[in-house]
Design a protein around this ligand. Structure first.
Ligand SMILES: Cc1ncc(COP(=O)(O)O)c(C=O)c1O
Length: 437
């Protein structure tokens, strides 16, 4: 090219969850059978939605109206339903006009950070689902440091409100606090007082709150999540929800923003409207998935469907915690929400010398090639060895903007025997890897 065409922050947009797939695909071609534990797609892992739910989708497709453009903000019937459901729960009251549909929540997240003033920073969790952290850094411009609050396995992956307050106080650029509850990658479900605490800090310092609540109805082990709407009071805020994980229908690309207390602050109102103006240029988002929302979520069988999924993930979460218990230097906190499970390591447990034997010479060559890349983190090294030696494909925690080394697997395996085998293999190989140097 006669001039540079590469965005100065091109390297910021790393998405390790799919990034690991490249090495895994190469090893698969070389004969390694891969157990995909990297991606949070229940459908890819074999979950089936019930027939009645598919029936609603069929009815929508048969309605020829669904083939057309929809209103820019979203299908009226879906927004009416969601506003009504929100208001019936109590807490902050909204109108259908406070709801904006997007092509999946990832699209909403992009817009949310993309239309903020570049000097306005959003304090995000660490670890953090990467679309939030990388989009936030990207919007802040070249050389911007991450602004994050720390969550560690020692505190059950929950944040320290004092740290959040300190960061907000010390950094006047912070304009919002982001939370993901229930959390990806940790599966933590925040207690009500913690969500309330974040809202209080935001209110005190004139910030807004962003709550990614895409997993809000997927909690188990006796935990129920606290919706932001129930504690937000009069603080400006945005809740992000969707159907990718709930139905689940990730391929629908359908998520939405619920904006709370838009009129309480003129800047917040202008910001929300700016996002809407930008949407108008995109005409609308996918019509058909939106048209299923009121039908599916309003169906009396929906709650039972969610409950059976909660039971299944709860069982897996307990099996996960049991499988990694009493392993020196390993911290596998039982998740209580979403469908991810993080295995973390105490400081110094992983190093750059450990390895696992790999029998297949071609797979070993791919491993060596991947290991030769500069700047490899200790948990990416572990992930690559696990992949080459066992075929189990997990995501290194360093891919979630954290200094805590570890990996994330899922609770999505449908086959009990395969799941038991995966846990057993991982435990054995971790012991072997840690002892190898
Ligand atoms: C916390 C969180 N937010 C948003 C998304 C994106 O969801 P969608 O499929 O609606 O784009 C995901 C997907 O894994 C997620 O885990």
């Amino acid at each position: 090219m006669r001039r540079n065409i590469v965005h100065p922050q091109a390297d910021e947009l790393v998405y390790e969850i799919r990034g690991v797939v490249q090495s895994a695909k190469r090893m698969e071609q070389a004969g390694q059978e891969v157990v995909w534990e990297n991606i949070g797609d229940p459908v890819a892992k074999g979950e089936r939605v019930p027939e009645w739910l598919i029936g609603h989708m069929r009815a929508v497709v048969s309605d020829y109206k669904s083939w057309g453009y929809s209103p820019t903000q979203g299908v009226d019937e879906a927004r009416d339903f969601l506003a009504g459901a929100n208001n019936a729960r109590g807490g902050v009251q909204i109108t259908p006009g406070d709801i904006y549909f997007y092509n999946g929540l990832a699209d909403a997240v992009n817009k949310l950070y993309g239309y903020l003033d570049s000097g306005a920073r959003v304090l995000a969790p660490s670890p953090c689902y990467p679309i939030h952290s990388s989009r936030e850094r990207f919007h802040a411009g070249v050389g911007a440091e991450a602004v994050q609050y720390t969550m560690t396995p020692a505190s059950g992956w929950l944040p320290d409100l004092d740290e959040i307050r300190r960061q907000v106080k010390d950094n006047p650029a912070i304009a919002a606090i982001a939370i993901i509850n229930p959390d990806n990658p940790t599966g933590a479900v925040w207690p009500e007082e913690t969500v309330r605490g974040v809202v209080e800090i935001a209110g005190e310092f004139g910030l807004f709150v962003v709550a990614d609540e895409i997993y809000c109805r997927l909690t188990y082990n006796g935990k129920t999540g606290t919706l932001l709407s129930s504690v937000v009071g009069s603080v400006p805020a945005i809740s992000l929800k969707g159907i990718s994980k709930e139905y689940p229908w990730p391929g629908a690309r359908c998520g939405w923003m619920e904006c709370y207390n838009v009129d309480s602050d003129p800047d917040f109102k202008r910001y929300v409207h700016c996002m809407f103006d930008a949407k108008m240029q995109e005409v609308c988002v996918t019509t058909q998935p939106q048209m299923t929302v009121a039908r599916v979520m309003g169906d009396s069988r929906y709650e039972g469907h969610l409950e059976s999924r909660r039971q299944a993930y709860g069982k897996r979460s307990r099996e996960f915690a049991e499988a990694f218990s009493a392993l020196d230097g390993v911290l596998a906190v039982r998740p209580d929400g979403a469908f991810y499970a993080p295995v973390a390591f105490e400081d110094g447990v992983l190093n750059g010398r450990q390895s696992l034997p790999v029998e297949n010479a071609e797979v070993k060559a791919i491993l060596d090639d991947a290991l030769a890349r500069p700047g490899l983190s200790v948990d990416k090294r572990l992930m690559l060895h696990l992949l080459a030696a066992t075929g189990i494909c997990v995501v290194p925690l360093s891919g979630f903007n954290t200094n805590v080394p570890g990996f994330r697997m899922t609770l999505l395996e449908q086959d009990d025997a395969k799941w038991a085998r995966t846990l057993k293999t991982l435990r054995e190989k971790l012991e072997q890897y840690i002892a190898s140097a």
